[in-house]
Design a protein around this ligand. Structure first.
Ligand code: TIU
Length: 226
């Protein structure tokens, strides 16, 4: 059993063999100019800033033998998995499926839907394509985690209050003990990120725990060589 005594609001305990890291939507469409995030009117700079921390977390998880799972928010080219209600949201300039500088926005197979090259999944690591904000909705994630025997989830990625928080709440309701890496998650809105971290760990970890990448690294250090 490993533990993060400095986690908030109190010690987070996990068995590395039953723990997976889920890296949420570190895609060009959210992090690079000209993608979906920018089309919604956002400054993408705060998201780019978390890339080194996410890379460290992936490295430490791989070394410790944790399962590493990546997700991508994207849709089929015919948009049959995109509810009209989702399609109608956002700025009118560029919408899901429209052609942008990185190909069609949030469409599977287009350059913008790809994960940043510096965070590329290793061979054999699962990549879950998801049509919703939560990674459990309409995906094989629950079955995969059951197959792996996962009980604990470490979460990282973007954006903190949209896809990351939705996934963490879905996971919490399914009985997983979840911890969000504070500096390996990012939002276009710093105040939303701060509020999300606070609400997750409030009321005795009502949704889960938070800790820094350094604190997680310290807990994982040596686990893979045990
Ligand atoms: N807009 C926004 O903050 N996020 C998303 O649309 N998707 C994810 O968070 N991945």
């Amino acid at each position: 059993m490993a533990g993060i005594p400095a986690a908030r609001p109190f010690t987070y305990r996990f068995d590395p063999a039953a723990t997976a890291l889920i890296v949420i939507d570190m895609q060009r469409d959210f992090i690079e100019p000209g993608g979906f995030g920018a089309a919604l009117g956002n400054d993408v700079t705060p998201l780019r800033a978390i890339v080194p921390a996410v890379a460290r977390l992936i490295d430490a998880s791989r070394t410790a033998g944790l399962a590493v799972i990546h997700t991508r928010e994207c849709h089929r080219p015919d948009l049959s998995d995109c509810p009209p209600a989702k399609l109608r949201r956002g700025g009118p300039s560029l919408r899901i499926g429209d052609a942008g500088p990185m190909g069609r926005i949030l469409i599977a197979g287009e350059p913008g839907a790809e994960i940043l090259p510096e965070l590329a999944p290793a061979p054999g690591e699962p990549v879950i394509d998801k049509p919703g904000k939560g990674a459990f909705h309409a995906t094989p994630l629950a079955g995969l985690l059951a197959q792996l025997g996962t009980r604990n989830l470490l979460l990282a990625g973007v954006t903190t209050e949209v896809c990351v928080q939705t996934t963490m709440r879905e996971a919490n309701d399914r009985g997983f003990e979840c911890l969000l890496a504070e500096d390996a998650t990012g939002s276009y809105f710093p105040e939303f990120k701060a509020a999300t971290l606070a609400m997750i760990r409030a009321q005795g970890a009502i949704v889960g725990w938070t800790a820094t990448t350094a604190e997680i690294e310290e807990a994982l250090d040596g686990q893979g060589r045990a």
